[in-house]
Design a protein around this ligand. Structure first.
Ligand SMILES: [Fe+2]
Length: 358
């Protein structure tokens, strides 16, 4: 098999019709947070690393009956919740076992949490459509109601839904206790240039590219927007966007399925080694040359130099994957009047750089 956009575009318009017919259209809003689960012994190191490499700051930390959480926030951005389980089963355990990830069986960006305005109605419609949630009932707290799907068999991602009762962005659950963490954000001025979470990229196999995108459209109010094919690397970068919210959900897959590491390109090699999962989080970055230099001076290692130019509209780079979270950080500067979301030349350079990942 070989992917092309014909079948995907036909199916995407069918999903949009179904969303309208079933009453789902308009129920799901923007991304509120992502939940990054870690090995318990890497919990604080993961949070410190994100404090040292993003513009996010600690806004809360708490201990639940089954996990510890540190919430990192930045104005106008989705929050990053760093978490470690302290009790109970890990519903992601089975899908985390792959040749390169099995030594970190609890480590994954697990959940994308979107705002909904009528959680009861939303879950009722989705259950009738066959969507499986991890719990029978939403978890209620003073500030919100929350429920999440079982991990996707195409992406390994769970989609969470939160209905705020108050002003929002308060994640501590009923019965949780404040957690004291001895972490402080480094006082490095370049971190102020690192802005909101711009997009994330989930890598999936060539076979699962269409179902992964269509499933995400069924679970949110996102639409498939466009795809960039890099034939020489057997890779497609697919972008889904929401009409009212800036955060973009990117899916990257092979054009044709995995054969072996040499023939199949970096995208298929990654899913072969790590399973389908989020590969990187991209942060919009101002003064990207200075920021890149300062991040490197403070010890960050990169897969590639800055790629792109003001004329092309974008400059981007990828960090080395984190030893704590397996995630790559992308830094992306968007120049003033650039209307396109990505450029083929940058996508090609960045994808090629990920061949350097083990
Ligand atoms: Fe990206």
């Amino acid at each position: 098999m070989k992917n092309d956009d014909g079948a995907l575009l036909r199916e995407a318009s069918r999903v949009l019709e179904e969303r309208k017919d079933s009453g789902l259209e308009g129920l799901v809003g923007g991304l509120e947070c992502v939940i990054i689960n870690t090995q318990p012994e890497r919990f604080e190191a993961s949070a410190l690393e994100l404090l040292s490499t993003t513009g996010h700051e600690i806004s809360d930390a708490f201990d639940d009956s089954d996990s510890r959480s540190i919430v990192l926030s930045r104005k106008d951005s989705a929050d990053l919740i760093v978490r470690a389980r302290t009790a109970g089963e890990n519903p992601f355990a089975a899908i985390n076992i792959h040749p390169r990830s099995k030594s970190m069986p609890d480590t994954r960006l697990e959940t994308f949490v979107f705002e909904v305005h009528d959680l009861a109605r939303f879950t009722e419609i989705q259950r009738k459509r066959g969507v499986r949630f991890l719990t029978e009932n939403a978890r209620e707290s003073r500030d919100y109601a929350f429920i999440q799907t079982a991990p996707s068999r195409f992406t390994g991602n769970s989609i969470g839904y939160i209905e705020w009762k108050g002003k929002g962005r308060s994640y501590a659950s009923a019965g949780s206790r404040p957690l004291s963490v001895g972490l402080a954000k480094p006082a490095w001025s370049h971190l102020g240039n690192i802005m909101e979470l711009d997009h994330t990229a989930t890598r999936v196999t060539a076979e699962d590219r269409d179902p992964a995108i269509l499933e995400f459209m069924e679970l949110t109010n996102y639409c498939f927007d466009f795809a960039i094919y890099v034939e020489s690397l057997n890779s497609i970068t697919n972008v889904a966007r929401h009409p009212d919210h800036g955060f973009a959900m990117v899916f990257t897959s092979g054009i044709s399925p995995y054969v072996n590491d040499d023939a199949s390109g970096p995208t298929e090699k990654f899913t072969h080694n790590y399973g389908a999962r989020v590969h990187h989080m991209a942060f919009r970055t101002e003064k990207i040359e200075d920021t890149f230099t300062a991040l490197a001076a403070h010890g960050m290692e990169f897969l590639v130099e800055l790629v792109g130019s003001p004329d092309e509209g974008l400059k981007q780079t990828f960090s080395q994957p984190s030893r704590n979270t397996i995630l790559v950080n992308e830094y992306i500067h968007r120049y003033g009047d650039f209307k396109g979301f990505f450029t083929k030349s940058n996508v090609t350079s960045l994808t090629a750089a990920t061949a350097m990942q083990d």
